[in-house]
Ligand binder design. Structure first.
Ligand SMILES: C[S@@+](CC[C@H](N)C(=O)[O-])C[C@H]1O[C@@H](n2cnc3c(N)ncnc32)[C@H](O)[C@@H]1O
Length: 215
């Protein structure tokens, strides 16, 4: 371990990124704590605690082949794993592109290297900027909010006008244990902005749609 790492607290994203690289794609059982809605998290698998659960990645891929979005926006790239699963589905669809943002320059550089080396790079627009500053043109068909938990509500509010009424909004980390994102989603629902369904996964996943899409 380097002296710098020993004496300076390492940023969580950088530690998990290091572990992700060391594990070289090996899966482990999900270890987030059991919740009322998901009492057996160990039945799910994960690469690491930042990347979405493997089953959620599978769900994302199937969702993209099911609703065939032209434009997907993802906040929080981390190592680009979810970005690549979404892009793979877009390749199957034969069209579509994904914009993904990662504000940490070190994490962004690692994700960019991985994505540049992949066969899906032409479908991915990777941005080294904050989700709260990024500008996106056009209508968003699928919005995947997976950045920092305290800003998820702000993110959804920020992009809501651009999200298609028939599109979908996904908010990850919405379990009853992680609370913050779950409460944000319920607040947006109480305000009449979106309608939510909460999937009982280890970290929780909200699937939502704008109210105006429920016609
Ligand atoms: C949970 S991880 C994303 C995991 C990824 N979506 C996956 O499943 O493979 C969250 C990432 O969001 C980044 N992040 C945090 N706040 C952000 C912001 N405001 N804008 C963009 N990225 C942000 C963090 O640096 C971290 O890498």
């Amino acid at each position: 371990m380097s002296l710098r790492r020993l004496f300076k607290k390492e940023k969580q994203e950088h530690r998990i990124m290091r572990e992700y690289i060391a594990r070289a794609g090996q899966l482990v059982p999900e270890y987030h704590r059991p919740t009322l809605e998901c009492p057996h998290p160990e039945r799910w698998s994960m690469y690491d605690s930042m990347t979405a659960e493997v089953e959620v990645l599978e769900f994302l891929r199937t969702l993209v082949t099911t609703i065939k979005p032209s434009l997907v926006v993802e906040t929080g790239t981390f190592m680009g794993v979810s970005t690549l699963w979404i892009a793979e589905a877009m390749r199957l669809n034969g069209f579509g592109r994904i914009i993904s943002c990662e504000y940490d320059p070190k994490v962004f550089a690692a994700a960019k290297e991985k994505i540049d080396a992949s066969e899906f790079r032409d479908l991915i627009d990777l941005r080294n900027e904050s989700s709260l500053e990024m500008k996106v043109d056009g209508t968003i068909d699928l919005f995947f909010s997976d950045s920092d938990m305290p800003i998820r509500e702000q993110e959804v509010r920020r992009y809501l006008p651009q999200i298609s009424p028939f599109g979908l909004i996904l908010m990850h980390d919405a379990s009853s244990h992680l609370k913050q994102v779950r409460e944000a989603a319920l607040k947006l629902e109480r305000e009449g902005l979106i309608s939510v369904v909460m999937l009982p996964t280890p970290r929780g996943l909200v699937v939502a749609q704008k109210r105006e899409g429920r016609k």
